[in-house]
Write a protein that binds this ligand. Structure first.
Ligand SMILES: [Zn+2]
Length: 317
C-alpha cells in the first residue's frame, strides 16, 4: 500500500460499508470477543503508553489508543453513549465509544490508571503510529458530526443514529442525513524560483504558511484555489494542480493541497485576512523547512499539509 506523507492519512481499516448498514451484523461483531473499542471524552481519545494492539514495532514511549473489549462499557454506560464502527483489520473489528455524557468516565469505566484523554491535535506531533492516528481522526470526525446534528435540519425534530454511526434518520419526517466533510483548499502559489507564503494574526510570531480557504458551493477545486489566492493576496494564477490531501477532524474538514502557478510576481494583501505575506526563494524555504537556525522565519511542522506542499516545492517535485 502506498504511504502518504500527510498525518491522519494511511488509515489501515476496511470500513466495509456494505456490512455496517446491517444492524444484526453490527450487533454481533460488537459483542465478539476480539472486537475492541477506544473511548473518547469531549473530542479527546483515551491513549496510553502501553504497546498498541496494532503496532508491531512499538517505539519507546510510543503513545497508542487504549483499546478495550466491550465488557468494559456494557454496564449502564452503553445506553448513554454513542458507539461507532471504525472498520475491520484482519479478523478484528475496531470501534470508538463516546463517553461525553458520563461524569468522570475514568472512574466509572475503571480505566483511570491505564492512560488519559488527550487532545488529538497535540497527539499528532507525538510518537504515535500513523495508522492509529488516522483511526482516531476518523472517530473524532464522526463524533463531531453527531454532536452538531442531533436534530433534523429539515423539521427540527430529534434524529437517530443508524448504520453504526454513518447515517441519521429523523424520527418525525424520516429524512436521512449523512456525515459531512467540508472541503478546504490550501495552496502554494509559485512564480519561477519563488513561492508565496502569508501569515494570519493568530499565527505564532515568525510563522508563515500556505494560504487556505473553504471551497464554496458551486465551485471546483481549481476555481476555489484561484479565488482564494486572488481574494487574500491579489495573486492571479495560470494553473493549479493537485498535490495531496489530509483528513482534518477539527471538526469536519478535508484539506486539499494544491500547487498554483502564478501569472506574475504581483500581489496585494487583503489586510483583514492576511497580516503579512511575500514571495520566498527556494533557498529561504529550504532553510526554513530544515529548521535551520539561520532562518528568520519558520513554517508549519510535519503534521500540517502546508509543510508537505512547501517541501515538495523545495524538492522541486
Ligand atoms: Zn425531520
Amino acid at each position: 500500500m502506498k504511504v502518504y506523507p500527510n498525518i491522519f492519512s494511511n488509515n489501515p481499516l476496511d470500513r466495509v460499508s456494505y456490512l455496517r448498514s446491517d444492524p444484526e451484523w453490527v450487533n454481533n461483531i460488537m459483542l465478539d470477543d476480539k472486537s475492541i473499542f477506544v473511548p473518547f471524552f469531549k473530542g479527546q481519545p483515551f491513549v496510553s503508553k502501553i504497546s498498541g494492539l496494532t503496532s508491531k514495532n512499538a517505539l519507546e514511549n510510543q503513545l497508542n489508543p487504549a483499546w478495550f473489549p466491550y465488557k468494559f462499557f456494557e454496564k449502564n454506560i452503553v445506553d448513554s453513549s454513542i458507539i461507532i464502527f471504525l472498520g475491520l483489520l484482519y479478523d478484528r473489528a475496531y470501534f470508538a465509544i463516546d463517553l461525553s455524557k458520563i461524569n468522570n468516565p475514568e472512574d466509572q469505566v475503571n480505566i483511570k490508571n491505564m492512560g488519559s484523554f488527550e487532545d488529538l491535535m497535540g497527539l499528532s506531533s507525538q510518537p504515535i503510529e500513523s495508522g492509529e492516528l488516522a483511526m482516531l481522526g476518523q472517530a473524532k470526525a464522526i463524533f463531531e458530526w453527531h454532536k452538531s446534528h442531533e436534530f433534523c435540519s429539515r423539521c427540527g425534530e430529534k434524529s437517530n443514529m443508524v448504520e453504526a454511526g454513518y447515517k441519521r434518520i429523523c424520527g418525525s419526517c424520516k429524512s436521512e442525513h449523512f456525515p459531512r466533510t467540508d472541503p478546504v483548499v490550501i495552496m502554494l502559489a509559485t512564480y519561477n524560483n519563488h513561492a508565496f507564503l502569508g501569515r494570519q494574526k493568530r499565527f505564532p510570531t515568525g510563522m508563515y504558511s500556505a494560504l487556505a480557504g473553504f471551497v464554496e458551493p458551486g465551485e471546483s477545486i481549481e476555481e476555489a484555489v484561484a479565488r482564494e489566492l486572488n481574494e487574500e493576496a491579489g495573486i492571479i494564477i495560470n494553473n493549479a494542480t493537485y498535490h495531496s490531501s489530509q483528513p482534518w477532524a477539527f471538526p469536519n474538514s478535508l484539506m486539499i493541497g494544491c500547487i498554483a502557478e502564478s501569472a506574475s510576481e504581483e500581489f496585494k494583501l487583503d489586510e483583514i485576512e492576511i497580516d503579512e505575506g511575500r514571495w520566498f526563494t527556494r533557498d529561504e524555504l529550504k532553510n526554513a523547512i530544515n529548521g535551520s537556525e539561520s532562518s528568520k522565519f519558520f513554517v508549519p511542522p510535519k503534521m500540517a499539509i502546508a509543510h508537505h506542499l512547501i517541501k515538495a516545492f523545495v524538492d522541486n517535485k
